[in-house]
Design a protein around this ligand. Structure first.
Ligand code: PMP
Ligand code: GLN
Length: 386
């Protein structure tokens, strides 16, 4: 393994899911739903397969039906005008979108300012591009019960070598939804320093309570400097289909496609047609999905609090970050390694998402995209920990 990748080892998600299987534990680690998405969308995939749509290489940018549906979705939800022919690129999940974007836009030696904790593939892809990550740590704010972006720290992280800002909202693993004020500050900084912004918005439909998802591309000066990344995996509960996308200006999309064509060329033929239909589902689908996840969030956050964890109630995503110190623990790694044995539950130590490991040490992430009965059983087991 080369020096660029050596530090990354096996992803925490594979490690913890294998641990869950080996120990027969409830897997609240890796973020995937235990109930598949809508029947009608599955039927759409079957129809595409049967009718011979997408069984051979689809077009490089994605099938026109899906590109049109992605553009229509951006217009309908956010009032963003996106040209389906030149401003949309379909990828093998958001994972490939991230990889292709970073490989296309970064020069060796460039710096990428990313919010820490960050989704693990960011660090690996920045490394594969030969660039350097500069993490800006989201700080826990016990008063607001959320993780917060320190705008001064963000500003200080930008240097003459900074090529782009890598943003994720709603944010995995903290569940933070960046506010309009925070995003406006990011946008102003990007304009002032003439930076590109890559924004991972795969949890765009999972925002709760008063929180609002504000796509960075909608803010002044941002449309032309933003690469927006989305995914069907999260919104439609088909994480195995690996259908994601990039929307950006024609120039940026062309650049990303230059990298993408040599990674997978194309993928997910029949599923692209099915996701096109999914994106056109009425608002009732999206509302019901959100309401269902909200109820699950409330169930798990209440249970974790009763079990003695300090809980950062997420405003978005299907993850909840907890602080284990009230349980007399301080090392999330050790805690998560022992948890299957102690409680028959698997969780993720947030420290893996940090360069400043000590800043993430006491935090542990639980996924709540699971059936109610599964969450209830997990809570029962975790309460026995005390
Ligand atoms: N970004 C974030 C923040 C994620 O949590 C995930 C994982 N689900 C991805 C990207 C990857 O998405 P996909 O499964 O579409 O590749
Ligand atoms: N995004 C999911 C998570 O954060 C898992 C994705 C993966 O396994 N790579 O848990």
């Amino acid at each position: 393994l080369n020096r660029r990748l050596a530090e990354f080892g096996t992803t925490i998600f594979a490690e913890m899911s294998a641990l869950a299987v080996r120990t027969g534990s409830i897997n609240l680690g890796q973020g995937f739903p235990d109930t598949d998405g809508p029947e009608e969308v599955r039927e759409a995939a079957v129809r595409a397969l049967r009718d011979g749509r997408g069984n051979q290489y689809p077009p490089g940018p994605g099938v026109p039906e899906l590109r049109t549906a992605i553009a229509a979705h951006q217009a309908r939800r956010y009032g963003l005008a996106v040209d389906p022919d030149t401003e949309v690129l379909v990828t093998a999940g958001a994972t490939e979108a991230i990889a292709a974007t970073l490989l296309a836009l970064l020069e060796p030696g460039d710096e990428v300012v990313a919010l820490e904790p960050y989704y693990d593939s960011y660090a690996a892809c920045i490394a594969m591009a030969g660039a350097t990550r500069v993490p800006v740590t989201l700080r826990p704010d016990p008063e607001q019960a959320r993780f917060r972006l320190d705008l001064d720290e963000l500003r200080d992280a930008v240097t003459d070598r900074t090529r782009l800002l890598l943003v994720n909202t709603p944010h995995n693993p903290t569940g933070t939804v960046l506010t309009r004020e925070e995003l406006t500050a990011i946008a102003e900084l990007a304009v002032e320093r003439d930076l590109l912004v890559v924004t991972d918005e795969v949890y765009e439909h999972l925002v709760f309570d008063e929180a609002e998802h504000v796509p960075l591309a909608t803010l002044p000066g941002m449309r032309e400097r933003t690469v927006t990344i989305g995914s069907a995996g999260k919104t439609f509960s088909f994480t195995g289909w690996k259908v994601g996308w990039v929307t950006a200006t024609p120039g940026l999309v062309t650049a990303v496609r230059s990298a993408k064509q040599f990674l997978t060329y194309v993928s997910s033929g029949p599923f692209q047609y099915a996701v096109a239909e999914a994106l056109a589902l009425p608002d009732t689908y999206f509302d019901a999905f959100r309401a269902d996840m909200l109820a699950k969030r409330d169930l798990l956050t209440a249970g974790l609090a009763e079990a003695g964890f300090s809980v950062y109630r997420p405003a978005g995503t299907y993850f909840v970050t907890t602080d284990i110190r009230p349980l007399g623990e301080s090392d999330g790694f050790a805690f998560c390694r022992a948890l299957p044995e102690r409680a028959g539950v698997v969780a993720i130590p947030n420290a893996v998402f940090y360069d400043h490991r000590e800043a993430g040490a006491p935090f542990v992430r639980f996924a709540f995209c699971k059936r109610t009965s599964v969450l209830e059983e997990a809570v029962t087991r975790l309460k026995a920990l005390a």
